[in-house]
Design a protein around this ligand. Structure first.
Ligand SMILES: O=C(O)CCC(=O)C(=O)O
Ligand SMILES: [Fe+2]
Length: 347
């Protein structure tokens, strides 16, 4: 069911209500309709739907600047949209997602031989989606009369993607309960899929929030086996500009010529830009967003990556490292920072 924040009308107002006032209210509601929210039992909070001012622009994106293919280095295949979203839309989407998504600051330990090291992920993260072996379908037994509502997530249940038979509650395939991609990010997924036009259907959305220039991601590649071979990853930047660096993995044997001594590539990704990493890029290159002193780091930056996981290992890995087992953080506008949300009191 959709939760609706109704526009409040004071008693004094309604007593004096005259046709012109009613007209004004109707016009107001058309421009600023009450917020609606996507609910799902696996969401920690209801997730707001995009206001029409944003969703209409996203649904009707027109391409002014064609993307640039960057393939002039060994094994590199990038498609750079500069920009993918116009700056005012990128700004509104940044503010919306920062305010409305639940974020996590994931802690985990890594073991190297006998030594255990505790890591706190140096950025806020959140994730939605499920790998190819499962699918979210409307619960056939649901009593919720919202089947006609395209944004209805509340009655979605997990089923086997081949047989469409619901996964029993006792199923042990997933360590954490997967979350359907909320409508506000699903619209973006569709815009990405239609602009890249390479047939990739993404089933995961990972969101990073770099709150300050001290937040970062170290050099890594996203070539996990659970993404299949040569995965395409589409990566959108919103908010403060940050450098995105790419360097070739250490070359092996005869490949060394022309790779050793190559300087890292640097792309100063701006709000609204999209970088699609394709083909052999993940298996041959590492990428990072280093810490940054000064510049636009203080503005905060959201990065959204769309990926396609093909086996349950992908789902388990993504929820482990982007949700973890801690509480959520919410953006607090008046303090201008993320605050750990209090756990609901259990009754
Ligand atoms: O923030 C970015 O641009 C990159 C994020 C990234 O590489 C990742 O989440 O794997
Ligand atoms: Fe990455």
């Amino acid at each position: 069911m959709q939760h609706v924040e109704s526009v409040k009308c004071t008693e004094e107002n309604s007593a004096k209500q005259s046709p012109p006032l009613q007209e004004t209210q109707t016009r107001y509601r058309k421009h600023f309709p009450p917020a609606t929210y996507a609910h799902h039992p696996n969401y920690p909070i209801p997730i707001r739907d995009l206001p029409p001012t944003i969703s209409q622009l996203l649904a009707n994106l027109s391409r002014t600047t064609p993307p640039k293919a960057i393939t002039d280095k060994p094994h590199l295949d990038l498609l750079y949209f500069q920009p993918f979203l116009p700056s005012s839309l990128a700004r509104d989407l940044f503010r919306f997602l920062r305010s409305e998504l639940p974020f996590y600051r994931v802690k985990y330990t890594i073991r190297r031989g006998p030594a255990e090291t505790s890591i706190v992920t140096p950025r806020f993260t959140t994730v939605f989606g499920v790998d190819d072996t499962s699918i979210f379908i409307p619960d056939p037994n649901s009593k919720i009369p919202d089947e006609t509502n395209a944004t209805a997530t509340s009655s979605l249940i997990l089923a086997d993607s081949k047989t469409r038979i619901p996964l029993p509650a006792s199923d042990k395939k997933y360590h954490q309960r997967p979350r359907p991609i909320p409508p506000c990010l699903d619209l973006l997924r569709r815009a990405v899929e239609s602009s890249t036009d390479d047939g990739t259907k993404y089933n995961f959305v990972l969101v990073n929030y770099y709150a300050t220039g001290d937040d970062s991601i170290t050099y890594h590649s996203d070539d996990e086996r659970f993404l299949g071979s040569n995965p395409n990853i589409a990566s959108i930047s919103l908010g403060g500009k940050r450098d995105f660096l790419l360097k070739h993995k250490p070359p092996t044997g005869s490949d060394a010529d022309g790779i050793e001594g190559m300087k890292p590539l640097k792309f100063p990704l701006d709000s609204g830009d999209m970088m699609v990493m394709r083909g052999e890029t993940q298996s041959n290159w590492l990428h990072s967003v280093p810490k940054r002193k000064g510049g636009q780091g203080v503005l905060g930056r959201i990065n959204i990556t769309f990926r396609r996981a093909v086996v349950p290992g992908g789902t388990n890995n993504y929820y482990l490292y982007n949700v973890g087992d801690g509480g959520i953080f919410r953006w607090k506008e008046d303090e201008g920072r993320m605050i750990a949300a209090e756990k609901p009191v259990e009754t």
